[in-house]
Design a protein around this ligand. Structure first.
Ligand code: DC
Length: 221
């Protein structure tokens, strides 16, 4: 089979990460998580106490930032200026900050080139919000994965509950998710939306395997 570039966009909690990883495994492709890049910018902004609305400071920050994925023991880790930040970019605080910095054109411009260079080799599944619309408009196959807000909030709640020692409150998780949906869909630059030529899959009632099967069927068409 010809090596393809496959994009998966969609809102938080739709199952993009799990599905993208599983699809990449199934195809023997690389998996690229572009949300992690926005999160790394947010973490760097937090550590320098940069206000997410301060474009000049964000631009300066980006110009000094070197983000790089490295495969370590079969696991993909993200390095920011040589430091492994993988375990620090998923906290609720960095998550909200990532949503805020991702609305800033200076940050999107900086990450655009990096994302394109990561996808240039093809044979990759690239996950994000604007992969099919802005970053890779010529991708070979585009998916838009969605699910009801309740289902997405429940999944995120279960994930956080398993990962963190202190259980989050379900209503807080759902509130943050609604806020993030609003930020991501209403921002002026590259808002979250399905590309016109994307295959839309609603995962509310589907298992991960069922979604991946469905995707493979489309890819082989
Ligand atoms: O997918 P995620 O939750 O890790 O993404 C973190 C934030 O980054 C999210 O609020 C949306 C933003 N993002 C984006 O704007 N564009 C992308 N391609 C990926 C993520």
């Amino acid at each position: 089979m010809k090596e393809l570039l496959i994009t998966i966009d969609g809102p938080a909690g739709a199952g993009k990460t799990t599905v993208s990883r599983a699809l990449a495994d199934r195809l023997g492709y690389r998996y690229i998580d572009t949300g992690a890049l926005y999160r790394a910018v947010a973490l760097a902004a937090k550590s320098r106490q940069i206000d997410p609305g301060d474009d000049a400071a964000l631009q300066q920050l980006c110009s000094e930032l070197n983000l790089e994925f490295r495969e370590i023991n079969g696991e993909q880790r993200l390095f920011s200026n040589g430091q492994d930040v993988t375990d620090y970019i998923r906290t609720p605080e960095v998550t909200m900050l990532a949503s805020a910095v991702s609305a800033r054109p200076v940050v999107r411009d900086y990450l655009l080139g990096l994302q394109r260079s990561l996808g240039a080799r093809k044979a990759a599944v690239v996950e994000g919000r604007d992969m099919g619309t802005v970053v890779f408009p010529d991708a070979d196959v585009k998916f838009f994965l969605s699910a009801s807000t309740e289902a997405r909030a429940l999944r995120r709640y279960e994930e956080l509950r398993q990962k963190s020692k202190i259980a989050p409150r379900r209503e807080d998780v759902e509130r943050d998710m609604r806020q993030r949906d609003k930020n991501d869909s209403s921002r002026k630059v590259a808002p979250l939306k399905a590309a016109e030529d994307a295959i839309v899959i609603d995962s509310t009632q589907l298992t991960v395997d069922a979604v991946v099967d469905l995707m493979v069927t489309h890819i082989l068409k």
